[in-house]
Design a protein around this ligand. Structure first.
Ligand SMILES: Cc1cc2nc3c(=O)[nH]c(=O)nc-3n(C[C@H](O)[C@H](O)[C@H](O)COP(=O)(O)OP(=O)(O)OC[C@H]3O[C@@H](n4cnc5c(N)ncnc54)[C@H](O)[C@@H]3O)c2cc1C
Length: 281
């Protein structure tokens, strides 16, 4: 449980951090809250030779509202998201990440860059159709959530790119629900479901977005359920019928906690509950 030896740098500018990443190639890793990277290093599943800590770089923290959405700095901690209730489902999901100690250190940028399909915030970013800005030596680019998560612990980010901002559209007209099933309250999700629903003036479903946690090698959208529900009534029967499609097209891996079949069952049940929660607010 002791890491391999590594050098530690804490640059004071983004340019310096990017230069360090670029010069040291895949041997260099960014450090944010350390709550995903350090456990991997202790297990010797990762052995970077240099850690580039982001904590002294100005401008990477904070939550701002404007221009029809939210701009969040990558070093913003889960605890800060949790206490900003105006963020709706983001605040709700952040409040369900692990325990207070993890939420006090872990950051949204680290969670998205790590690309763990068991994490809660990647699913929410995918469900709200958010995006990240990434900066590297050649400049800045925007990556939509649907393109960011590519495979298990694999994102579209190059090793020398830093997430500098997370942008979320305004979804305040949507009702939302986030349901997470775990063996103990503070555990990782066995399966998690994020649901957003907006109503047309006649009460039918105008739009619906559903994100799934732990149902594949990346966070997923439950597109069959979304398509079934869009334009339909939002009564209990319609929701229950649509939720039956939540696992369609998924291929969740079994693990110590749940078989693939059990995860598919959980996805259906939790989707129904998340939708019921979303239409009740
Ligand atoms: C006991 C425990 C329980 C947990 N339970 C949950 C849970 O239930 N749900 C959940 O969602 N998460 C859970 N986590 C993970 C936690 O949310 C982490 O904080 C988060 O996944 C990573 O954030 P971090 O700031 O700690 O990142 P770090 O560990 O510092 O970094 C993670 C990865 O992201 C890279 N990185 C960091 N910042 C950037 C950036 N700005 N740009 C590009 N790359 C970057 C790093 O190089 C590294 O590869 C748990 C962690 C622990 C230790």
């Amino acid at each position: 449980m002791i890491t391999a030896p590594f050098d530690y740098e804490a640059p004071e500018s983004l340019e310096e951090a990017i230069r360090m990443l670029h010069e040291n190639g895949e041997d260099a890793k960014l450090l944010a809250g350390g709550h995903s990277l350090l456990p991997l290093m202790k297990l010797r599943l990762a052995a970077p030779t240099i850690l580039v800590d982001l904590r002294r770089i100005p401008g990477l923290h904070g939550i701002q509202q404007g221009n029809g959405g939210w701009r969040i700095g990558p070093m913003t901690r889960h605890a800060d998201l949790e206490s900003t209730s105006e963020l709706g489902v983001v605040a709700r999901a952040a409040s369900l990440v692990a325990d207070q100690q993890v939420r006090n250190r872990g950051t949204i940028g680290g969670s998205l860059a790590h690309g763990d399909p068991a994490s809660d915030l990647p699913t929410v970013l995918l469900a709200v159709d958010g995006e990240v800005t990434a900066r590297g030596p050649g400049g800045e680019r925007t990556i939509a959530a649907g393109d960011l998560f590519q495979d298990y612990l694999t994102t579209a980010l190059a090793h020398y790119e830093v997430i500098t901002e997370i942008r979320l559209p305004d979804v305040s007209t949507y009702g939302f629900g986030y349901q997470k099933f775990a063996r103990r309250a503070e555990d990782w999700a066995m399966v998690g479901v994020c649901a957003l629903v907006s109503r047309a003036p006649d009460g039918t479903c105008e739009d619906v977005r559903i994100g799934l946690t732990q149902m594949g090698s990346t966070p997923l959208r439950a597109t069959a359920t979304e398509e079934t529900l869009r334009g339909s009534t939002l009564d209990d029967a319609a929701i229950a019928g649509a939720a039956e499609h939540a696992a369609d097209g998924t291929d969740p891996p079994g693990d110590l906690n749940a078989t693939p079949d059990y995860k598919r069952h959980l996805a259906r049940v939790l989707t129904r509950r998340a939708l019921e929660e979303a239409v009740s607010v």
